[in-house]
Design a protein around this ligand. Structure first.
Ligand SMILES: [Zn+2]
Ligand SMILES: [Zn+2]
Length: 207
């Protein structure tokens, strides 16, 4: 049943909805845009939307903070995809209209575990309404795209970047998310290609 997911040569990415609300409406467009961003960096990827919503277990929910623990949510995604044998074969990014935290931080927009190739993006703080502003579909979507590409960048081996507009710049606030582009800077593109492209298949294709 999963054979159809495989495309040889291309990087394989699965976007997993962790909530239906504020995610399902966006996720197909998101997979198209993520593929485009990777393609613009010279990385051929197949980006699949997982057909089921995989809600994180309530064991990951901290009732005092009213937030989900990011590492716990990643572990939860890992355990689900381990059963069907996809861990380590696909880059898996969970996307949920949830609020997430990590120890020592008030909140996180996302977190990545490159070892198991799994990341999570929490979208509650990406909504303009969270800051008392008017709903804005496009703004929310652009923020969502940036955070998914950022975490995927970590999964592919990229670190934080100091380039102002680069998607790999660390964002400590929604203002900083808005300041960057959803794209990798030239340096990150080059690093990315080195990391994901086997040496033998790199050639004289760039002019
Ligand atoms: Zn980061
Ligand atoms: Zn960069």
């Amino acid at each position: 049943m999963y054979g159809c997911l495989s495309v040889s040569g291309a990087l394989r990415v699965i976007l997993v909805p962790l909530t239906s609300h504020n995610v399902l409406d966006f996720i197909d467009n998101l997979s198209i845009r993520v593929k485009e961003v990777l393609s613009s960096a010279g990385v051929d990827a197949e980006v699949i939307t997982w057909p089921d919503v995989i809600k994180p277990t309530m064991r990951c929910f901290n009732w005092e903070r009213v937030q989900y623990h990011a590492a716990c949510v990643i572990e939860n995604i890992r355990s689900v995809f381990q059963v069907i044998g996809l861990v380590g074969k696909y880059y898996i990014v969970g996307v949920g209209y949830l609020d997430g935290f990590e120890h020592g931080l008030n909140f996180v927009f996302g977190e990545a575990d490159p070892k198991d190739m799994i990341a999570v993006v929490f979208t509650k703080r990406l909504k303009p309404e969270f800051y008392g502003e008017r709903a804005d579909y496009n703004l929310y979507f652009e923020r969502l795209l940036k955070e998914v590409v950022h975490e995927l960048g970590h999964l592919l081996g990229l670190e934080h970047c100091v380039s102002e507009k680069c998607v790999m710049r660390f964002s400590n606030s929604i203002i900083e998310v808005d300041e960057k582009d959803p794209l990798f800077c030239n340096q990150c593109k080059s690093t990315l290609r080195d990391k994901v492209t086997p040496a033998r298949s790199r050639g004289s294709s760039s002019l």
